[in-house]
Design a protein around this ligand. Structure first.
Ligand code: B16
Ligand code: MG
Length: 219
């Protein structure tokens, strides 16, 4: 069986992917740009600054913005986001996640968080899941974000676990690519057209089942 599970946060453990979308949408509107959920798929899993760059690229009038101004906008999005996550409680844990975590712990398997979000520790605290994680990889110490495998390999290296003994769970295309490039077993949560590269895919978190994942892992 696997030795380490590495979970993504936003869109896997809780629906903060929606909050990120709403916060970006609000910021984009302040800039006179409209973004939709389809475009938002490209923002999932990537860093705050990279997301901002993708949004700015939508409007030719917004090219060549000074770095200071970009930082201010990124900060503003984060303020919107922090406002939204204040409402999070343990009721916001997505279905299927708690039983899966419980089982991982019972099996004596290590559990790590591989989230690009600097707000991840605060969100885990609000959900009441912080203590369950053996490691939260600090995204500030990761040089290359998803789809680079670094955030996932860092978690495995911390515990000296071979990559082939790791399972990564992700809702973003960038995240699945990162897990695959790390040589780990990728579990995608979401739509098959976005996450087709996953080694195993479930339509939503309620379908995450420990035994099923291990069965697929062992194939
Ligand atoms: P923050 P994940 C990612 O988290 C989100 O998917 C992505 O949309 C967000 O821009 C990124 O975290 C950075 O978040 O602005 O809070 O530092 O999916 O890797 O858990
Ligand atoms: Mg995510």
């Amino acid at each position: 069986k696997p030795k380490l599970f590495i979970f993504d946060l936003d869109g896997v453990i809780t629906d903060t992917a929606e909050f990120h979308f709403l916060a970006w949408k609000q910021l984009a509107e302040e800039l006179g740009i409209t973004i939709d959920r389809r475009f938002n798929e490209e923002l999932k899993g990537i860093s705050r600054m990279e997301s901002l760059e993708k949004i700015l690229a939508l409007d030719p009038a917004l090219q060549g913005m000074p770095l200071e101004e970009k930082k201010r906008l990124a900060e503003k999005k984060n303020d919107h986001y922090k406002e939204l996550i204040r409402t999070i409680t343990p009721d916001h844990i997505l279905p299927g996640v708690e039983p899966l975590i419980k089982r991982i712990k019972e099996e004596g398997i290590l559990l790590a968080l591989g989230s690009a979000s600097k707000n991840a520790p605060a969100v885990l605290q609000r959900l009441g899941l912080y203590e369950d994680f053996d490691l939260i990889v600090d995204p500030a110490k990761v040089k290359k974000g998803k789809p680079d495998p670094e955030i996932f390999t860092k978690a495995a290296d911390h515990f000296r676990v071979p990559y082939s003994a790791c399972v990564g769970v992700e809702d973003s295309a960038a995240g699945i690519e990162a897990i695959n490039r790390a040589g780990m077993f990728s579990v995608g949560v979401g739509s098959a057209d976005v996450l087709s590269a996953s080694a195993y895919i479930v339509p939503d978190t309620s379908r995450l089942d420990f035994d099923r994942i291990v069965e697929k892992f062992n194939r």
